[in-house]
Design a protein around this ligand. Structure first.
Ligand SMILES: [Zn+2]
Length: 234
């Protein structure tokens, strides 16, 4: 089981890099070692998301103590630890600085329902309203509170945190959120927004969100095939 989680975590990092979410060697992804346990595999520091292998992961507890692996530990591990602590059902957290989402985080915009990707966020988006880095448990708790039971929180002037019941869901949310923001930014340039009416949205949610049980899985498999091809592994 552990080997599977580590490979899923590496694949998540590679997929996020291929989707354009790398910001040099910043950004990280974590996955609980097993559901319900208080320790998690974490992308090691110093390398980019696209460079990850299972040997570059570290295993840490919620206080940042190293339990396995030799790579440096990103100093924003409390983003992951405190979301895991607050959300027992969450097994994966993605923290990235996607270019459009980070621009969104530097504005007072709200996400609007203007395209299919936004449908995933029909319940709303959290906003952690400080640009100060999340380097201790107190700040991590504040971020977890801003996220609440939602899937994505924006970190002001910084990036995003996405939480999922699975590695696949958290990765999917991070990618879909950046697409939704990018779509809204372009639609706004083209003219007045055509916001999806609530009655139409209600009909789309079962098909275009994780309410559709196979959607995130299908997107993940497509993304992994594209990533493997791009990396010469396909
Ligand atoms: Zn960051």
């Amino acid at each position: 089981m552990t080997a599977d989680v580590r490979q899923l975590l590496v694949d998540s990092c590679r997929i996020l890099a291929h989707a354009g979410q790398e910001h040099f060697a910043f950004g990280h992804v974590s996955a609980r070692e097993a559901p319900g346990v208080d320790r998690f595999w974490f992308k090691g520091g110093g390398l980019g998301l696209g460079e990850m292998t299972v040997d570059d992961l570290v295993l840490i507890d919620f206080d940042g103590n190293r339990l396995g692996g030799t790579a440096p530990i990103h100093n924003e591990y409390p983003i992951h630890a405190e979301i895991f602590r607050a959300r027992p059902e969450v097994t994966c957290v993605v923290h990235t600085h996607p270019f459009y989402s980070a621009a969104f985080a530097g504005s007072d915009w709200e996400l609007k329902q203007v395209g299919q990707d936004a449908v995933n966020f029909w319940r709303g988006v959290g906003r952690y309203d400080t640009s100060v880095l999340v380097t201790d448990a107190e700040k991590g708790r504040a971020l977890a509170a801003a996220l609440g039971d939602l899937d994505v929180a924006v970190l002001a002037n910084h990036g995003i945190a996405a939480a999922g019941r699975t590695v696949i869901d958290a990765t999917y949310f991070a990618i879909e959120f950046d697409r939704a923001v990018q779509m809204q930014a372009l639609a706004q340039q083209l003219g007045p927004l055509r916001i999806t009416p609530q009655d139409e949205l209600d009909q789309l949610i079962p098909y275009l969100s994780t309410a559709a049980k196979t959607r995130a899985q299908g997107v993940w498999e497509w993304l992994l095939r594209q990533t493997d091809k791009a990396d010469g592994r396909g």
